[in-house]
Design a protein around this ligand. Structure first.
Ligand SMILES: [Zn+2]
Ligand SMILES: [Zn+2]
Length: 174
């Protein structure tokens, strides 16, 4: 998503809407199956050498529940507030918040992506009381109780059982 500095400076407040594609290959997004679409809506206001961009970011995120491994969707909303300057910023306090750039076109995608990643759920659960998978047999305990003896399971084996189950069930839903 791009903003043309010239057209933004010609109007009081430039309205902008657009979609941004977000890649998923970073480790902090492992519990995320997909993010689509990422809708950005907001304004760009130019005053002197400074452009202020204020926008809302909305996306539907498909997460994989960390307990039962089922995927579920959740709506994400985040805010984007960025300032760009075409001249050096001397004030140290202000310099932290302002990106100095001589580009005639501002590409918002990396800023949108950054905000989005910060707003992603790190350990998503499909619901508060999700019972997860049986570490012995892999049954989804939300669906039925398998009757396994789970008390004596070594926590290290539980991790292994979940990993095996993840491999076996990787492409079950959709
Ligand atoms: Zn779950
Ligand atoms: Zn079981």
């Amino acid at each position: 998503m791009e903003i043309d500095w010239l057209s933004a400076s010609k109007t009081e407040s430039l309205r902008m809407t657009g979609d941004v594609n977000v890649a998923l290959e970073h480790p902090e997004r492992l519990a995320v199956v997909s993010v689509d679409p990422v809708r950005v809506e907001g304004t760009a206001v130019v005053r002197g050498d400074v452009m202020s961009v204020d926008a809302t970011i909305k996306a539907t995120v498909i997460y994989r529940c960390v307990r039962c491994l089922n995927s579920f969707s959740d709506d994400l909303a985040a805010e984007l507030h960025e300032k760009f300057s075409r001249s050096p910023v001397n004030d140290e306090m202000e310099a932290d918040d302002v990106t100095v750039t001589m580009d005639p076109i501002i590409t918002l995608d990396p800023y949108v992506e950054q905000e989005l990643v910060l707003s992603l759920w790190q350990n998503p659960v499909c619901r508060e009381d999700c019972k997860g998978l049986c570490p012995v047999c892999g049954t989804d305990l939300n669906v039925r109780e398998c009757g396994c003896e789970r008390q004596s399971i070594d926590p290290r084996l539980e991790v292994l059982a979940q990993a095996l189950d993840l491999m076996n069930n990787d492409s079950t839903d959709d």
